[in-house]
Design a protein around this ligand. Sequence first.
Ligand SMILES: O=C(O)CCC(=O)C(=O)O
Ligand SMILES: [Fe+2]
Length: 323
Amino acid sequence: MLFTNEIKTKFSLCPSPYSANLDPFLMYSMFLRTLLPAEIKADLNRLKSGQVNMIQLTPVTDMIEQTPTPCDDKVIGAKPDFFTEGVMGAIAAELGDIFGYKEQNGFVIHDIFPIPGLEHSQTGANSKSVLSFHSDGSTHPIITPDYLILYCIKPDRAACNHISFLPDLLQHMPGDLFQILTQDRFAHQVDIELAVENKNSFVIQPIILREGNELILKYDGDLVTGLDKESEQAITELNALIAKTAVEVHNQANSVLILNNKKAVHARSAFDPRFDGTDRWLQSAFVSKTPLPNGHVIDIQDRLGLNVPSHAKTTARDDILAY
Ligand SMILES: O=C(O)CCC(=O)C(=O)O
Ligand SMILES: [Fe+2]
């Protein structure tokens, strides 16, 4: 769904979101939201109403990004314009409130590209290893994104996403497995990007939880372990169901994938990085469907002002062993 030239120009004028003062970006995103084509708004409505848990927008522009793909976190934000950020800001504004984690780097747009030395890390900067099935922010003690926006700036032929949806998992799930997955029998290691204070902290929580009247999924195949033999076995069975139900999604330059992050887990296949400015480059953004009273950058230290769900207790590894 290519934007018209007039709309493209307006999106290109988006202010930088890589700034301590987000207000100009947030205000302009609200303006851009009003310019989103009707088909995109209709797709986003289907996502909001729960009719679908994923949408993929076909390329919104045919412009090819000229900026070399970064391979170092220090150069992010050095783009001649913020068109892609504007698209994400507008989509986020249509879905709710965009936010970032202070512990991650505080930005509301995350740049995902391979970084030398991190080829096998379990972060978005990896390349040569599969990035395992996970939902973003699943161990954050304050807030897990409701929606995840992934804008593909530059694709890589070998890299695709695999996505498995909670309704499909439930359809194939035996009742006894469901029961185990809904109990506090899992240690979710806090993602290294979020664990600034204590690199070895864990959240004890189920994998399938209730939120309001709905079931949601919080999982990271690399970071979740069972606290006993039965829960370990449940993880093995869950992984098999995820593999069985997963769909493959290919991104193109300027295609945008939007996921219900609480109803799906996503993974990425391995690919070979070149570190020459032509590598795969994605941007991601998190959205809360409910308004965020304390601002768009979530700080764990500020948690007092927010309602922390009772299942989100962080604990040190020693406590788990004694559990
Ligand atoms: O590289 C991708 O396709 C996804 C990256 C991702 O899921 C993440 O960084 O959390
Ligand atoms: Fe992710």
